[in-house]
Design a protein around this ligand. Structure first.
Ligand code: SF4
Ligand code: SF4
Ligand code: SF4
Length: 428
């Protein structure tokens, strides 16, 4: 134990001397460091002494290719700094497309400050395009984190062979985070999360920033929380501040909310838009029958035959894109608009084929499930989602729902789309 501690202290001294050479004289005039609170708490050095070796050990021994998941906030600035000191140069910023412009500029600034090249990932469609299909997210209807924040990170991890993300998550931030571990898992990110400052307090974070004179995001001079500017979790006070700081964006949001309210027939627009009723709202969901299916059984197998209401050709094409996941044994019967499809279930329960078909018919190209396939077999095409036959191993994880699913209902559209296409069973 003593040996462990003395090596930790030696290492601390080493990194401290690096820090005094490298950072102490640096000022960040354009960022303005107003937010320096308190003096170093008595246990502050103790925390650094514990947590620096943690990240160091984890980085060196357990993982080969770590990256910092940088959010633009103060907590991830601290871990970016810690990681940089132990030689971890890879970092990624998930630009949700509703970041403050200042945060995007700040990421650029940090590239120069640390001589890094922070990678930036974005979702396949931007937030307001997705809102057209899904509606505005709210505290009770939260589709966005999986799609615009974690989906692109998951894809980045796969494509860059990242085996762990270092995050700035802290227990103090929420009740849910109190249960987090230093090495933990997020169901919508395929690699472990390393949370070296999980036990730090907010004061610890600010004291670290003060001690090493780190340039924090200038938005902290106005807000306690950075991140998506039109997040439904923002407080009324924050909305009022934003009206002064980013009036054009707020006006654009109000115009979009106005159209959204009209589309949905919301009467009290004042309450919905200007008193932020939308942030805690759930839209009514509607199921649209786009076809009926019936079962054809014989002694050894079961098939289903689907008859479509409306354009059968385009619906069958969408289903064919994905069907390989379950079976290649199907037959398209009839001509043109009146085509139907007969699918051999190959022993799969009917529920699986229904989920697959609903994914195919409803896909809004959000990209969330494509990021989670371990084989990178799912990809977006003009008419929705498709599977690469050479890569898919038929693991069926992309059709899991309930507790086994990474995405609720196996698909964002299937779960959140206001008007969802479905099939009804016809009993013959
Ligand atoms: S808007 Fe809020 S809830 Fe949605 S992704 Fe951004 S931070 Fe998460
Ligand atoms: S199938 Fe569903 S989760 Fe996958 S990209 Fe389409 S809408 Fe998103
Ligand atoms: S999750 Fe499994 S079944 Fe789905 S596409 Fe990927 S490999 Fe195929």
């Amino acid at each position: 134990m003593e040996e462990k501690e003395s090596s930790a202290i030696a290492w601390l001294l080493e990194v401290s001397s690096v820090s005094s050479n490298k950072y102490m004289d640096i000022e960040a005039p354009q960022l303005g460091c107003k937010k320096i609170i308190g003096s170093n708490s008595p246990d502050f050095l103790e925390k650094i002494r514990e947590d620096f070796p943690d990240i160091h050990k984890v980085a060196k021994r357990n993982f080969k290719n770590l990256a910092v998941s940088f959010s633009g906030g103060k907590d991830s600035l601290v871990v970016l700094d810690l990681a940089e000191r132990v030689g971890i140069k890879k970092a990624v910023f998930s630009n949700t497309t509703i970041e403050f412009d200042q945060t995007v500029d700040y990421v650029e600034f940090l590239n120069d400050f640390y001589s890094l090249n922070i990678d930036i990932v974005t979702p396949p469609r931007n937030f307001f395009e997705l809102v057209e299909d899904l509606g505005f997210p709210s505290r009770r209807f939260r589709w966005c984190c999986e799609v615009i924040k974690f989906g692109p990170l998951a894809k980045y991890a796969r494509e860059n062979n990242i085996d762990g993300f270092i995050t700035g998550l802290r227990k103090e931030e929420s009740t849910r985070r109190k249960g987090y571990q230093k090495i933990d898992y997020n169901p919508v990110v395929p690699v472990p999360q390393i949370n070296p400052i999980l036990d730090w307090s907010e004061s610890d974070v600010w004291n670290y920033i003060k001690t090493y004179k780190l340039p924090y995001n200038p938005l902290y001079d106005y807000f306690d929380r950075i991140g998506c500017w039109c997040c439904p979790y923002r407080t009324k006070k924050e909305w009022e501040k934003m009206k002064a700081i980013i009036p054009d964006k707020i006006k654009k949001l109000e115009d979009r909310l106005q159209k959204y309210a009209e589309k949905l027939g919301i009467g009290d627009k004042e309450k919905f838009i200007y008193q932020y009723g939308w942030t805690a709202w759930t839209p009514p969901l509607k199921k649209i029958t786009s076809g009926v299916f019936y079962s054809i059984k014989n002694s050894s197998s079961e098939s289903i035959e689907i008859i479509f209401l409306g354009d059968s050709e385009s619906q069958i094409n969408k289903i064919k894109n994905l069907l390989w996941i379950l079976t290649d044994d199907y037959e398209v019967i009839g001509e043109g608009y009146h085509k139907k499809i007969r699918i051999n279930l190959d022993g799969h329960p009917r529920k699986k084929i229904k989920i697959l078909i609903e994914k195919a018919l409803n896909c809004i190209k959000c990209g969330a499930c494509t990021a989670l396939c371990e084989r990178n077999a799912l990809y977006l095409v003009d008419n929705g989602i498709s599977v690469n036959r050479k890569l898919c191993t038929h693991c069926l994880k992309c059709l899991n729902t309930g507790s086994k699913s990474s995405i609720r209902g196996a698909c964002i559209a299937r779960n959140y789309l206001r008007s969802r296409n479905t099939l009804n069973q016809l009993i013959k």
